[in-house]
Design a binder for this molecule. Structure first.
Ligand SMILES: [Zn+2]
Length: 157
């Protein structure tokens, strides 16, 4: 647990504690993401990591969950190339998309800023956060106010 974790509330939460600023809501989650922090809820009873955070564990049903910042580094678990993506991404085709297992064990799906041929299972990647105002052409319309993530290749350590 990092020092940072002390800033976040511990579950179980009363409904009035779950405000738009709370990391247990999507606005709170995206606020942190826009600052480069990837937050998860971690179940105190079974250690399940929930990204984005939820006020209850989907594995065991416990409401004893706390917020913990997650590593943004991980490895490609599986990947593919999308030749005919949705309209919003057409100009980026072909798209490389991967399921990435973060160092915490959480798996996230996302675009990879690399060619398909540059990836392999186990390729080290890092989650980067893009500003919707800067990369306005590269997300779905309903995501317009939210930062979004793209995985970038990183050097193996
Ligand atoms: Zn649990």
């Amino acid at each position: 647990m990092s020092d940072r974790d002390a800033d976040y509330p511990e579950g179980p939460l009363a409904p009035k504690e779950i405000t738009a600023e709370s990391p247990f809501t999507l606005p709170g989650f995206f606020d942190a993401l826009s600052e480069g922090r990837l937050l998860a809820a971690v179940c105190r009873d079974c250690d399940t990591v929930l990204v984005p955070p939820r006020p209850a564990c989907h594995d065991c049903g416990s409401r004893r969950v706390g917020i913990a910042e997650q590593p943004k580094t991980g490895e490609v678990y599986s990947y593919t190339e999308i030749s005919r993506p949705p309209t919003a991404f057409e100009h980026l085709a072909p798209l490389t998309v991967a399921i990435v297992e973060l160092d915490s064990g959480v798996r996230l799906t996302g675009r990879v800023d690399a060619d398909y041929d540059d990836l392999a299972i186990g390729t080290p990647v890092e989650l980067t956060v893009r500003d919707p105002d800067v990369d306005a052409e590269a997300h779905l319309s309903y995501e317009g106010d939210w930062p979004f993530h793209v995985f970038a290749l990183r050097e193996a350590v």
